[in-house]
Design a protein around this ligand. Structure first.
Ligand SMILES: [Zn+2]
Ligand SMILES: [Zn+2]
Length: 395
């Protein structure tokens, strides 16, 4: 259904392909960290405004968030494509978020073209600019401020080494752990000191021991961010950061007391005190809406894409939080030759290759076609909502 509108969307994406790729390249060339994506915000909002979208810059008071909308009738279903555009420290666009931004605006442009023609289905398209996916939870802040309250379905696609329809994106809690001890001269009066670095080392080893008793789908990984000031001072303070991930949110919550016990035991053994904070929002596991996912698969296959099964956990995402709120999908699509993986310098390189931009526009078309399916056939939207309401999948 909706073939005519789908081809209209695809033609529009092709018509602007060079301009769209330029946007992806510009964002890649100027990597910005979470909540500091000022240049990307400007490039993307300027583009969408020029193309006739109603644009809200710094949406809901978040400097680098935006919302761009187009509708051909008030109070119709609202399909949202999501852009990300933050980079990683030192290694740039090693997660390919420059491409996620491009895919989002390209899909938005295609959907708008479909909604504009004669006899077009009624609908509203929202392109949502969501900053700071890498750990800082831009979407969680947007959800809290009500950004997704009037959205019926949200979708985005993420670059990765292979095409995966429903990647497993685990829930995650991030903690900052601080041990406080007492400084002393490490040679003259070590018995006067309380060694906070020892507490960090014991905590690291406690977690490593715990890991053997955990399911293979669970990931706990951390670093020591402060190990003392000088070797001749017994460290009075040490600090660590840990990520705790499991396939489901509930599992992470069940796991937390065991991880906290590792930190507390280390404090007790060394005589330190310990402070555990959660500086950033936790991310929910990604629940791919099967109804929307199936439509996306059919549309992408028509465009020549094929998918591989990959049940192993991948990275976590704040799109997970969106998927716990409304029907949502986040398929992975391949860039590179399959050997480059996210968060490496090699991935940064392939995220700026012609093939990456080509694939990005293909998934943009698949997302646009999926939105058109939902506009043309409201029964499908109802099915997606019905699936969402089956709460068992969130447990
Ligand atoms: Zn990433
Ligand atoms: Zn990413």
């Amino acid at each position: 259904m909706g073939t005519e509108f789908k081809s209209r969307a695809n033609l529009e994406i092709e018509r602007y392909s060079q301009e769209l790729n330029k946007v992806g390249e510009e964002i890649w060339s100027n990597p910005e960290l979470g909540f500091e994506e000022y240049k990307a915000h400007e490039i993307l909002t300027d583009f969408l405004e020029q193309k006739g979208f109603h644009v809200d810059r710094s949406y809901l008071g978040i400097s680098t968030a935006f919302r761009a909308t187009f509708e051909n009738q008030a109070k119709t279903s609202n399909i949202c494509v999501v852009c990300e555009y933050d980079a990683l420290p030192e290694i740039g666009h090693a997660c390919g978020h420059n491409l996620i931004a491009e895919a989002g605006i390209a899909a938005g442009l295609g959907i708008k073209a479909a909604l504009e023609g004669n006899g077009a289905p009624k609908g509203r398209i929202t392109v949502m600019g969501t900053p700071a996916e890498e750990g800082l939870g831009g979407k969680v802040k947007l959800i809290e401020k009500g950004a997704f309250d009037d959205v019926d379905v949200a979708m985005m696609a993420h670059p990765c080494p292979t095409n995966i329809l429903e990647p497993v994106c685990p829930a995650i809690v991030q903690v900052e752990v601080t041990f406080n001890g007492k400084a002393a001269h490490a040679a003259a009066f070590p018995w006067e000191g309380i060694n906070a670095l020892d507490a960090a080392i014991l905590a690291y080893n406690n977690v490593s021991v715990l890991r053997q008793q955990l399911k293979p789908t669970i990931r706990i990984h951390g670093i020591i961010t402060n190990g003392g000031a000088k070797p001749n001072i017994i460290p009075e303070q040490s600090a660590m950061e840990y990520c705790i991930r499991a396939t489901k949110r509930k599992e992470v919550l069940e796991l937390m007391p065991k991880v906290i016990a590792c930190f507390e035991a280390a404090a007790k053994a060394t005589g330190c005190t310990v402070d555990v904070k959660e500086p950033h929002p936790s991310y929910d596991d990604m629940v791919h809406n099967k109804v929307v996912s199936r439509l996306y698969k059919t549309n992408s296959e028509k465009l020549g894409m094929t998918f591989v099964e990959s049940p192993e956990p991948k990275g976590s995402t704040d799109m997970g939080n969106v998927s716990h709120m409304i029907p949502a999908i986040q398929p992975g699509y391949h860039i590179g030759d399959g050997t480059q993986v996210n968060h490496t310098r090699d991935f940064t390189t392939v995220a700026n290759m012609p093939m990456a931009y080509l694939n990005t526009l293909t998934v943009a078309k698949a997302m646009a076609m999926t939105a058109i399916d939902l506009f043309v056939n409201p029964e499908l939207l109802q099915q997606a909502k019905k699936f969402f309401n089956e709460k068992a999948q969130f447990l």
